[in-house]
Ligand binder design. Structure first.
Ligand SMILES: C[S@@+](CC[C@H](N)C(=O)[O-])C[C@H]1O[C@@H](n2cnc3c(N)ncnc32)[C@H](O)[C@@H]1O
Length: 299
């Protein structure tokens, strides 16, 4: 749904300071609750400033692209997330393209990457092949591929419009990568690809009531929601022997209420192997990650 209240171009104002005041006044008059921080971010973006300090130094300079500014503020008024209005989002050290066909990368997923890197170091793995399944923007694989430059990165994603963005992002940061279009682990089986490290943040939310309204309205539901919550993990666990090398590491982002269901799945699919597994907490102290380390032998 769009809002009929729109910020109009105004030839009487010119500077960044004036545009900040103009949009804040408009927001207050129309009860739109646009935060100052969002306006700062848009000013930084349209002026191509490096950061907030750059904006402060240039606050009384003329705004570089007033029409672009007005357009982006109006997207915010229409209820779009800032990252979609800007067209990009930051993930660790990477600036990634995003649009309505991609989930906006989350801080919890930065935690997933950091956990994966610490496990790779702890288990002294030298990954030659890393899979990012359900890749979206490619944030996980791009961050890992940049840390392990001798590895080949395989991205799996089901939707072509998402792949267009993924391909753009991966091309900015990686040399050795392949994007496989398909459902869950099927492409790995089809092309007989074996992984040392498999990481995934798949759709896992099974209760629509727990999804924030802003997310529900804007981000692709198929990126977040799946009936019963665990079908992706079920697929990864069930077929893991077909696509993981002998000494492997699998790391997942999970829902905070999925520990018991996933423990049952591990018992079901890994009980004849020597593995170590552990659930881990995110920065908000919620259980949001699971890793499984396989040692390539039977028990
Ligand atoms: C939770 S998002 C994660 C995106 C990205 N990895 C991240 O962490 O921001 C899940 C992604 O899985 C993709 N997806 C949904 N169903 C899929 C399927 N059956 N097979 C492969 N990918 C799928 C969605 O399009 C979406 O990009």
């Amino acid at each position: 749904m769009t809002n009929n209240k729109k910020l109009q171009a105004n030839k009487l104002i010119k500077t960044n300071r004036e545009y900040l005041k103009y949009s804040l006044d408009f927001s207050n008059e129309n009860n739109l609750k646009i935060s100052k921080n969002i306006i700062y971010q848009i000013l930084i973006d349209v002026n191509n400033y490096k950061n907030y300090t750059d904006l402060v130094i240039n606050f009384d300079k003329n705004l570089a692209k007033p029409n672009d500014f007005i357009k982006k503020i109006n997207l915010i008024i229409d209820g779009k997330p800032l990252q979609y209005a800007l067209g990009y989002s930051y993930f660790l050290d990477f600036k990634l393209k995003v649009n309505k066909n991609t989930l906006i990368p989350r801080v919890e997923t930065e935690g997933l990457v950091l956990l994966t890197k610490s496990l790779i170091e702890e288990y002294k793995i030298q990954p030659k092949s890393i899979v990012d399944c359900c890749a979206g923007t490619g944030c996980i694989g791009i961050a890992l591929g940049n840390s392990y430059k001798n590895s080949n990165l395989f991205f799996i994603e089901k939707y072509q419009r998402t792949i267009d963005v993924l391909n753009y992002n991966a091309s900015q940061y990686l040399n050795n990568f392949l994007i496989l279009r398909g459902d869950k682990t099927k492409p790995l089986l089809k092309y007989n690809i074996k992984a040392d490290v498999f990481v995934s943040n798949p759709p896992y939310v099974d209760n629509l009531n727990t999804i924030d309204e802003m997310v529900l309205k804007n981000e692709p539901l198929h990126a977040i929601y799946v009936k019963n919550g665990i079908p992706f993990y079920n697929n990864f666990f069930k077929y893991h022997k077909l696509f993981m090398n002998e000494n492997y590491l699998m790391v997942f982002e999970i829902g905070e209420d999925q520990k018991d269901a996933l423990t049952k799945l591990i018992v079901k699919y890994f009980s004849d192997e020597k593995i170590e597994f552990q659930f881990k907490k995110d920065i908000y102290n919620k259980i949001r990650y699971l890793y499984i380390k396989g040692f390539g032998c039977k028990i």
